[in-house]
Structures are given as structure tokens and as C-alpha cells.
Design a protein around this ligand. Structure first.
Ligand code: NAP
Ligand code: G4F
Length: 393
């Protein structure tokens, strides 16, 4: 068995090997609630050359944390997750990795190009997976410039440093179905034109062009997948699926405790999305990063549901019998027996411009990468609701 295989199966050997691979400095021990992040100034001697180094930006977020889990489980890579300084740290999605010897946090802020360059120059990664972004579409109208800086300009800084200092490093940027925006065919394939409808979609589309230009100009392995909406228990609570799973779990607890019911307020119930379990996408991204030649793919479920469908499925899983009245901004859901209000539309959640429907065609990824999904819409709803219900207990 190679020493790399030992890492996976033998705790004693794992520690021993990582002492060789990462002599200094050590992660903080389990007394601490959070993992201490290091300046890359301190990490230049953290690895042996035989172990591949992967930088995962946005590791505190949904996808970055799942990607770290995927890599630690399925590869022998050393994973460097990036974090930025916040007044109150938010390591809940990576809490379980605090004693993992192949996982190290480093500091990187998308708005600080020096920190991007330092990470690349000092670590000389084999892969750079960029999941960090201002990822909330609605928020991109509130913070259009910050969204552009983080979702487009920062990508340019990454590409520049990679081409100058580590041209063999494989680069992934997290692209989005929001780039398709105002869609003209259904479902959308890799051939669909970019018609973004939000500052967020426009920034991701610009980043895509930069990735292409750098790939073609400098022969970099640089790609940007089109990932359709993906969700799960690590999703931020402002996104509609988690807002629903959390909101319905709150309603269920209130019913069970005979307390006042917290009304869930939503925006456009008719919007349609192609929702996949986020865990299913990690293998797709990694497959995309390990082909003979770089190529962009669509990742999706191929199924489309309205926001209303997601809500109704969640109410069903929660075993809440309801009646529905009204239309558009007057649409309301009430408990069947008591007529108590549980959900209503609030136009304040409508967007300045809406992407009305998105559905991806992932047949190319299935055919060329052999990518497969495990979960479906119903299992996703069940997982998200159960997680929130149990968290609230
Ligand atoms: P997320 O949960 O919002 O995570 C975003 C990550 O970016 C967080 O770790 C956040 O750090 C980090 N970040 C934000 N601003 C930063 C800054 N200035 N400097 C450093 N880090 C910063 O998003 P996600 O759902 O995992 O999505 C991951 C990526 O995929 C994003 O690029 C998103 O746009 C894209 N995407 C997502 C979906 C989806 O359905 N989830 C679909 C298509 C594309 P903090 O924790 O410090 O805020
Ligand atoms: O959950 P959402 O905020 O996700 P959205 O806008 O589709 O963006 C997500 O998916 C993109 C991929 O297509 C990613 F690139 C992006 O980073 C993010 O992960 O909203 C989904 C739909 C929208 O049509 C919105 O108008 O739900 C509708 N909606 C209705 N009520 C609501 C609400 N959205 C939110 N966030 N909150 C509501 O109350």
C-alpha cells in the first residue's frame, strides 16, 4: 500500500505522515471552537511535494465546505480552505474538519488582490477551486460594485497570478445558470447564449469570458461550469429553499408547542428552478478538473419546480394540512383546521428583474464525464426540512 493510501485508513500513520508533510505550524486543538487560520506567510513549508495541493476558496460556504469534504474523502490531497476576517467567525460548515490533518485554513479576501497572489505564490497549488463569491442574486442589486469586485475582478486576479507563477495549476471558477438569465430555449445546454438579468449574473458572465480568454491565450487548464441551483442543509437562510425549510420547521414547532405561529413571507412563488442536492455536484466539479483537456459543462437535474412546489412539498413532509387562497401578491396558506395564517406573499421579496425559469440539460456531463446524481427533489426537501426541524429542537 502506498503511503498515500495509508493516510486514508490508519490514524496513527496519518498523523505520522502529516507530521512529515506539514511540519509547522500545527492546527489548534479541539479546545477551540474554530480552526485558526494562518497567513500564507507562515505556510510555505506546509507540504511535501508528492501530495497534491488544492486551494478551495469560500470553504465556509455551502459548496466550498462540501468540496473540502469530497476531496478529503476521495483523494489524498492537502486541502487549503480560504477564509476572510469577519467580526464574528462563521465556521459552522467546517467545524467537523478542525482536527483533520490534511485540512488547513489560510487567509484570503477576494477584494484584496495581494492576498490572492500571496496564496498562489506561497502555496504553488496544483488546483485552485474558486467557490468564494457574493452569491446572493437579490443582494447584487444592493451591492453591485462589491458583487463585481468579488465575482469578476477577483477572478481576473486569480488568473493573472496563476499564469505568472503556477501556469500548470488547474483553475475552476464557480459559474452559474444565472448567466443564461432570460432564457430562450428549454432546457439550457452549454450552447445557450449568456443573457444575465442581474449584476450577479453579469459578473459571472464576465468572469466566464476572462476564464476563456486566459485558457485560450495562455493554454491554461481554466474552466467555469454552469451549475444550476443546488441546495442542502448548509445553504444560507436567505436563499428560498432554506428559507422555506427553516420557516416551515419553525411553524411546525410552534404548532406542536401551541405557540404563536411565525408567518413565512416569500416573494415570487411562480419562479421555476432546477434544484439539485449540492453534494451531487462535487464529483462533477472534480471530474471536470481532471480531464485531458479543459472544457465547460452544465450540471443540473433536468427537472424544474416552482417555489410554490418546493413550499407545498415541504408542508407535506412536515405533515401540515393547509388550504391555499388568493393569487399573486394576495396568495396565502392557512392551516386547514384552524384557518391560522402560515405563509403569505410579500412583494418586498420581488426582484428588480426576475429569471422566471431555469432548467439545465446535463447530458454532455453525463456522457463525457460519466457524472451521476444520487439524490432527487423529494429527498432534497426531506433532508433540508428534517435538518432544520432537528436543529430547532
Ligand atoms: P455561499 O454559501 O454563499 O458561500 C460563499 C463563500 O464565499 C463563503 O465562504 C464566503 O465567506 C465567501 N466570500 C464571500 N465574499 C468573500 C470575500 N470578499 N473574500 C473571501 N471570501 C468571500 O455560496 P455557495 O452556494 O457555496 O456557492 C459557491 C459558489 O458557486 C459561488 O461562487 C456561487 O456564486 C456559485 N454558484 C452557486 C450556486 C448554488 O445554487 N449554490 C449555483 C451556481 C453558482 P464568508 O463565510 O466569510 O461570507
Ligand atoms: O433561492 P434564490 O435566492 O436563488 P437564485 O436567485 O436562483 O440564485 C441561486 O442560484 C443561482 C444559480 O441559478 C446561483 F448562481 C446563485 O449564487 C444562487 O445560489 O431564489 C430562487 C427563486 C428566485 O426566482 C426568487 O425570486 O426564488 C424566488 N423567491 C421567491 N421568494 C425567493 C423568495 N428568493 C429568495 N431568496 N427569497 C424569497 O423570499
Amino acid at each position: 500500500m502506498s503511503i498515500l493510501k495509508d493516510i486514508k485508513f490508519n490514524i496513527y500513520n496519518k498523523k505520522k505522515i502529516m507530521e512529515q508533510a506539514t511540519p509547522t505550524p500545527k492546527l489548534h486543538n479541539s479546545q477551540l471552537a474554530e480552526i485558526e487560520s494562518l497567513s500564507v506567510r507562515d505556510t510555505s513549508k506546509l507540504h511535501s511535494s508528492s501530495i497534491k495541493k488544492v486551494i478551495v476558496t469560500g470553504v465556509t460556504g455551502q459548496d466550498g465546505s462540501h468540496m473540502a469534504d469530497y476531496l478529503l474523502k476521495n483523494t489524498n490531497c492537502m486541502v487549503y480552505g480560504t477564509v476572510r476576517r469577519l467580526s464574528v467567525t462563521n465556521h459552522v460548515n467546517i467545524e467537523h474538519l478542525k482536527n483533520e490533518p490534511r485540512f488547513q485554513l489560510i487567509n484570503l479576501d477576494l477584494t484584496d488582490d495581494y492576498s490572492i497572489r500571496e496564496a498562489i505564490v506561497e502555496l504553488k497549488p496544483d488546483y485552485f477551486l474558486n467557490f468564494a463569491a457574493q452569491s446572493f442574486v437579490d443582494g447584487s442589486w444592493d451591492y453591485p460594485i462589491q458583487t463585481w469586485d468579488t465575482d469578476a475582478t477577483a477572478v481576473l486576479h486569480m488568473l493573472e497570478s496563476i499564469r505568472k507563477f503556477v501556469p500548470n495549476c488547474r483553475f475552476y471558477n464557480a459559474g452559474s445558470s444565472e448567466e443564461f438569465g432570460d432564457v430562450i430555449t428549454d432546457p439550457q445546454t452549454e450552447e445557450h447564449p449568456l443573457r444575465p438579468q442581474s449584476p450577479y449574473g453579469a459578473a459571472k458572465a464576465a468572469a466566464r469570458q476572462l476564464v476563456r480568454v486566459y485558457r485560450e491565450s495562455y493554454d491554461l487548464y481554466a474552466v467555469q461550469g454552469w451549475l444550476f441551483n443546488h441546495e442542502g442543509s448548509r445553504r444560507g437562510k436567505e436563499f428560498v429553499t432554506r428559507k422555506i425549510s427553516h420557516g416551515v420547521a419553525m411553524i411546525k414547532h410552534a404548532i406542536e408547542k401551541n405557540e404563536e405561529i411565525p408567518v413565512l413571507r416569500l416573494g415570487n412563488m411562480d419562479a421555476q428552478r432546477d434544484w439539485t442536492d449540492a453534494e451531487d455536484f462535487m464529483s462533477g466539479v472534480w471530474l471536470m478538473m481532471n480531464q485531458d483537456a479543459p472544457k465547460n459543462y452544465v450540471f443540473a437535474s433536468g427537472k424544474m419546480h416552482t417555489v410554490r412546489n418546493f413550499l407545498e412539498e415541504t408542508l407535506k413532509v412536515a405533515k401540515i394540512d393547509y388550504i391555499k387562497v388568493g393569487k399573486d401578491e394576495y396568495e396565502k396558506f392557512m392551516i386547514k383546521d384552524t384557518n391560522e395564517l402560515i405563509v403569505e406573499v410579500d412583494p418586498k421579496f420581488y426582484r428588480p428583474a426576475e429569471v422566471h425559469k431555469l432548467r439545465g440539460d446535463c447530458s454532455l456531463a453525463e456522457k463525457e464525464l460519466g457524472w451521476k446524481r444520487i439524490y432527487n427533489f423529494k429527498s432534497l426537501v426531506k433532508k433540508m426540512y428534517s435538518n432544520d426541524y432537528n436543529l430547532l429542537k
